[in-house]
Structures are given as C-alpha cells and as structure tokens.
Write a protein that binds this ligand. Structure first.
Ligand code: ATP
Length: 229
C-alpha cells in the first residue's frame, strides 16, 4: 500500500541544539504505527517536525503526495494531519461542545460519532474544558482532532499519567478509530498496550530511527535496549 506519510532521514534542532539526526518512517492508509523510545529520544520532536511546528533542517516529509517542507503548519493540518499534542491541550475557557466544533470539518466524524466513541463527552457538552478530569480532557483532545476529519491522526502519549481504568477506555477508543480505517501514528512507551493497536513499531534512539518491524514481534533485545523493558 502506498505511504500516506513518508519521512525520510529528517533532522531538526532547537536553536543550536540538534535533536533529530535522521528519522525515517512511513504510515500507510489505514495503518497504525507506534513511534517508541525512551524519554528524550526525540518522539515529540519528530511529530512536531512532521506537523511543521519545527523547521526541517534536513530530510523530507511527503504527505499524500505533497512535499510538506515548504508549508506552514496550518497548511499541513488542512491537508489532513490531526495532532493530539502531548499534555492534552484543550481550550480551557470553552465548553466541550465549543472545543469540538471550533475546528470541525465535514466528514464521517461528527458530534454524534465522537460522543458515541466517548459517551462521557456527550454528558458534558456544556461544561467548560477547564473543569474536566485529566482523562476527559484527553478524550476531548482526541475528539477535537477527529472532528477535523484528518487522514492521519497523530497521538502523542495519549494515556500518559492517567488512571488504569481511563487508559483502558482510551486505548479501546483508539482501537475503534483504527477499525474505521483511519491512519494513526501513536507515540507511546508502553509496549503491552501498543501491540493491541499498532501494526508496526518504529524505535527511536538519540534522535534517530534505529529499528522497525511488526509491533507484535519486537524482539526482546530490541525492547530491552530501546525501551528499557
Ligand atoms: P518524552 O518521552 O520525555 O516526551 P521524547 O522522546 O518525546 O521524550 P523529545 O521531547 O522529542 O523527546 O526531546 C528530544 C530532545 O530534544 C531532548 O534532548 C530534549 O531535551 C530536547 N528538547 C525537547 N524540547 C526542547 C525545547 N523546547 N528546547 C530545547 N530542547 C528541547
């Protein structure tokens, strides 16, 4: 299947300090790929670079046949990249309904479908995002990205810091989104949860992609070396 997004040996830096030294990855239509690695290895920097939030120092990113290199972030988003950033940022003063509809674009994901996916959001439509629990805010951040009807959904540590029961709820929702044939790039460190959803895994080590293969067949030595498990 042709790649929906293809990153080839991308490099990126924060001012003088280089953070990515050659990350390559692809996600095909309908595929879920996990970007994995220990803290500080460059996972968030990779997705920020893919979304054009950080300049590309070297390498290439092609999304749906378009070279993203010269495009500003809002153009990348319009082409169909939906990012759920680390730290589940919602618009705190806005209500759940306002958060969901603010950036909505036409497509199969609408309010009805998002609230079927996350019934808790449906019960809290008029509540301000600031008053939601951490797990509900994460659901809202995912719902808001889905409402833009992206072709690729990128989830950066979607269950970080949440209680086990809420983590399970969010993983189940991610699995359902995957079944809808949406392409997904997910960042996570928890191999056990990732394997239930992801088709492939890409390991990062010190700003470079160092291993890729089926998520269900990550060799023990690879998991030990790059994830510390
Ligand atoms: P984590 O799992 O902890 O979120 P990560 O794999 O996502 O880690 P990044 O956040 O991409 O890692 O960080 C990669 C490198 O870039 C690290 O060395 C980090 O210190 C550095 N870095 C990240 N953000 C910035 C920033 N805003 N300014 C300068 N350096 C940064």
């Amino acid at each position: 299947m042709p790649a929906l997004i293809e990153a080839e040996r991308i490099e990126a830096a924060y001012g003088p300090s280089q953070a990515l030294f050659g990350v390559s990855l692809t996600v095909a239509e309908g595929e879920a790929v996990a970007l994995m690695g220990r803290n500080g290895m460059g996972k968030t920097t990779t997705v920020r670079t893919l979304c054009r939030l950080l300049p590309l120092k070297a390498g290439r990113v092609v999304f749906a046949g378009t070279d993203l290199g010269p495009l500003p972030p809002h153009r990348a988003a319009r082409l169909g990249i939906g990012l759920v950033p680390e730290g589940r940022r919602c618009f705190a003063p806005l209500t759940v309904a306002e958060n969901l509809t603010a950036a909505a674009r036409p497509g199969p994901w609408d309010l009805a479908r998002v609230t079927r996916l996350f019934p808790r959001l449906g019960e809290r439509m008029r509540q301000r995002a600031a008053t939601l629990s951490g797990g509900e805010q994460q659901m809202l951040a995912i719902g808001r990205a889905l409402m833009t009807n992206p072709r690729l959904l990128i989830l950066d540590e979607a269950t970080e810091g949440l209680a086990p029961v809420v983590r399970r709820e969010i993983w189940a929702a991610i699995a359902e989104v995957k079944r809808s044939s949406m392409a997904i790039l997910l960042i996570d460190k928890a191999l056990a949860e990732v394997v239930a959803v992801a088709d492939r895994a890409v390991m990062l080590d010190r700003g470079a992609s160092v291993w890729e293969g089926p998520a269900t067949a990550v060799p023990g030595d690879v998991a030990g070396r790059y994830l510390g498990v």
